[in-house]
Design a protein around this ligand. Structure first.
Ligand code: PEP
Ligand code: MG
Length: 311
């Protein structure tokens, strides 16, 4: 994965600046929730469900076989709740399961996973969830119960969608699970060029937000495997083609009153922050250690824009 060190900006004041663009934080594991909340971030831009599942050491099917459905749903509820409690009432955007088959194969019960030639182009993200609505239903059941418990700060995000059809299907499963999409905040990740080019049609589904997963968006736009060291120097989230897709999505989303955000690693980089704030992104989600720098960078860009607008 592309976990590059964050570029140093300038010495920062320890005080959290007020910004119009929200600055959120990515939370990798529930145990990091406390430290993440202490950054003063405006919410969680990405909480990945698969870390809760991978830490069980078993595939969902195997875990359910051994421990029952209730235990599985309970694990998900506890993991999400730890973060939702820590941040309440600040919003926590939870992404549904997005583990590629090669990661699943390492788990107990993963023997039956397809051996894919290219897992990154394969059975992952929403593709798996739509293909196995019976297993996906447990994740949705966890969300339904969290809402019932009063966690109205929890938001649902679907990974690796390509088009409006993917989103309509995911929405229908949400409804079948007893979740009212009109009452909840939910949205998608923009991770493929197809999704970026389809966001106008996706607006018809009623999504509240679109969040840039720049790790994948970069890999798929440039055809550069994000985990291949032979082409690592070609992995450039600031490539003009990637920025063009991002800029166009922000513009389209603004026309449809859909919030835009970034939750890929590039959200922690000052150049990307400058680009996004200039384009009018609604929020930026950064790594815990980068939040304060990003807050200050956002503030600087906003002040500059304000000055330019009155000149
Ligand atoms: C991304 O693709 O940028 C992203 C945030 O998702 P992941 O890194 O989990 O694929
Ligand atoms: Mg991704």
């Amino acid at each position: 994965e592309n976990r590059e060190p964050v570029e140093e900006v300038r010495p920062q004041s320890p005080v959290k600046p007020m910004t119009a663009t929200e600055v959120k934080v990515n939370v990798s594991i529930p145990e990091a929730a406390n430290r993440a909340a202490a950054t003063g971030a405006d919410g969680v831009g990405l909480l990945r469900i698969e870390h809760m599942i991978l830490s069980l050491g078993k595939t969902p099917a195997k875990y359910i076989e051994d421990n029952g459905e209730n235990a599985y749903v309970g694990e998900l509820i506890e993991g999400i709740r730890t973060v939702a409690d820590e941040f309440y009432p600040r919003p926590v955007r939870v992404r549904t399961l997005d583990a590629p088959t090669d990661e699943f194969r390492e788990l107990e019960g993963g023997e039956g996973e397809p051996a894919e030639h290219n897992p990154m182009l394969g059975y992952r993200g929403i593709r798996r969830s739509l293909d196995r609505p019976d297993v996906f239903a447990y994740e949705l059941e966890a969300f339904r119960r969290l809402f019932e418990m009063g966690y109205d700060n929890v938001e649902i995000m679907f990974p690796l969608v390509n088009d409006a059809e993917d989103v309509f299907q995911a929405k229908r499963l949400m409804q079948e699970a007893g979740i009212d999409p009109e009452k909840r905040k939910w949205g998608v990740m923009i991770e493929t060029p197809a999704s970026a080019l389809s966001v106008g049609q996706m607006a018809e589904t009623g999504i509240d937000f679109a969040s840039f997963g720049t790790n994948d968006l970069t890999q798929y736009t440039l055809a550069v495997d994000r985990n291949n060291e032979n082409v690592a120097d070609r992995f450039d989230e600031l490539h003009p083609a990637v920025l063009r897709l991002i800029g166009d999505v922000i513009e389209t989303c603004r026309e449809h009153d859909i919030d835009t955000s970034i939750c890929g690693q590039a959200g922690s980089k000052p150049e990307m922050v400058r680009f996004l704030v200039n384009e009018g992104v609604s929020s930026i989600s950064a790594n815990i250690d980068a939040v304060r720098d990003v807050q200050h960078e956002v503030k600087r860009v906003e002040q500059k824009l304000l000055l330019e607008s009155v000149r």
